[in-house]
Design a protein around this ligand. Sequence first.
Ligand code: NI
Length: 174
Amino acid sequence: MTIRPILIHPDPRLKKVAGALPDISDEVRVLADDMLTTMYDAPGIGLAAPQIGVSHRLIVLDATQKDEAPAPLVMVNPEVILESDERNVYEEGCLSIPEQYADVERPAEVRVRWLDLNGSVQERDFAGLWATCVQHEIDHLDGVLFIDYLKPLKRQLITRKMVKLKRERAREAG
Ligand code: NI
């Protein structure tokens, strides 16, 4: 259970399309475990492998409310196989774009198929915050960030702030 450093936008590794995992090895299980630890530590409700610099189609999420028991999900090679016509707007954020939030419209409900860590196919419908979260994380596997849904000017503004943040952090690190 290791906390892995999270890449901050802009970073070319966040823009890559991640590769499907051919099989579920112990290495993948360790990676998923580290990702959950990193996500809860941040804290966040989702994390995709590219955010820690690993170009695999692997995400973790837990969008339960604070007063509910944790319900971590690990998804290998997740795919949205059905989406509702009804759409929903949520204010999204991202661990790779700290302290920046913006409204994003997405399908309100989605059906997702994935492999669990035992290699079994899982399929489940998601609604509400879970639906937004799982779509946001799957986007990461295709090199898509929530700011890519914003108007160019707003996106550039956020990107400039992140460049500045990274410069400050690099300076602090000496
Ligand atoms: Ni994100």
